[in-house]
Design a protein around this ligand. Structure first.
Ligand code: SF4
Length: 329
């Protein structure tokens, strides 16, 4: 394997994915963690996250919020969204992550207004994940104050993508992703790790695609089956050992990238707030946790996956303490 990690090849990635667990833990994970410390300080970044609408017109085969799934649906009004972020701001949070399904009922103009109002309210970094738009619309969102756009490619193989995402297609998704980069807007993107049928080769290709896209943030988690979805019938959950290795490969390939540490552990019921899972991710080189702003009564309804459970800022502070990392907002 090359020691120049920015020259990492598909074979290098496969070597890491196939590495015995003990060797990975003894050598690769500490190396990735050291790269994070050297490059970014030993920082843990906290972001306020809100799923403001769980209505979606699409039918991705892996998603619990796919159109037609019988779950309680909601769409928040702008004043309520601003109120929740105002309370996050009071707690010291300065980064906002706004996420929704592709909700035709949330007008594009409202989204522009929401982004601009959040900026006025003192949010310093706004990441948006609201699906596929035209290039001109990404530009308008950026002008309104969105600092980063989140659009995952989910799986980097055209045929597989088209089967699992029947409401769009791979070329359209990649064109949208590339248009964000062409506009020089920071792009958060990535895949699902360990969904049924994904091979080590496919995972390695996805990692190289993340690098080639020059992503700013990898909002990735392992595949977690969601109730009443077609893909849940095919298997899962995704392998945690792959997840940790993926985090380390990303850190070694892209030292500055943000990597989600909101990861599950061995007990799926603990969801993405698993202390064990979060700590393992931080030790593998991840650096990014969410404070979920959804009121408890709605938290379960934003169910892209089952057990999406995340916690608030207290949990993030605790993770900073146990990992010995410096919390940044
Ligand atoms: S993954 Fe996103 S676009 Fe696909 S069904 Fe779920 S919310 Fe909609």
């Amino acid at each position: 394997m090359t020691t120049e990690f920015d020259l990492i090849t598909k074979e290098d990635i496969l070597e890491i994915l196939r590495m015995p667990e003990e060797q990975y833990r003894a050598v690769l994970a500490p190396k990735a963690k050291a790269v994070h410390i050297e490059t970014n300080g030993n920082t843990l970044t906290a972001t306020a996250m809100l799923g403001f609408s769980n209505i979606c017109r699409n039918r991705c085969l892996y998603c619990g919020m796919r159109a037609g799934n019988a779950i309680p649906r909601y769409r928040m009004e702008i004043p309520r969204i601003l109120e929740l972020f105002a309370s996050a701001h009071k707690q010291g949070l300065r980064r906002a992550f706004l996420v929704s399904g592709e909700d035709p009922g949330f007008a594009f103009d409202s989204l522009l207004k929401l982004v601009a109002s959040l900026k006025d309210q003192g949010m310093e970094w706004i990441s948006l994940a609201c699906g596929e738009f035209e290039k001109s619309q990404y530009s308008e969102l950026h002008d309104a104050g969105a600092d980063e756009y989140v659009l995952k490619f989910e799986m980097g193989q055209e045929e597989v993508f088209n089967r699992l995402n029947p409401s769009t297609d791979f070329r359209k998704r990649m064109a949208a992703i590339r248009s964000i980069r062409e506009l020089d807007i920071p792009l958060a993107s990535g895949d699902i790790v360990g969904y049924p049928g994904q091979t080590e080769e496919m995972l390695a290709e996805d990692l190289l695609l993340m690098r080639d896209l020059g992503i700013s943030w990898a909002p990735i988690i392992p595949y977690m089956p969601a109730k009443n979805t077609p893909l849940a019938l095919e298997g899962g959950p995704g392998r945690l050992d792959w997840m940790w290795k993926v985090i380390s490969v990303l850190r070694l390939m892209m030292p500055k990238v943000n990597i989600t540490a909101q990861q599950p552990g061995k007990d799926p019921a603990e969801g993405l707030a698993s202390r064990e899972g979060n700590l393992a991710a931080l030790n593998a080189g991840a650096n990014f946790l969410y404070a979920d702003l959804l009121p408890a009564s709605q938290a379960e309804d934003f169910r892209v996956i089952d057990h999406r459970v995340t916690l608030g800022l207290d949990h993030i502070r605790e993770m900073a303490d146990v990992s010995g990392m410096v919390l940044t907002f």
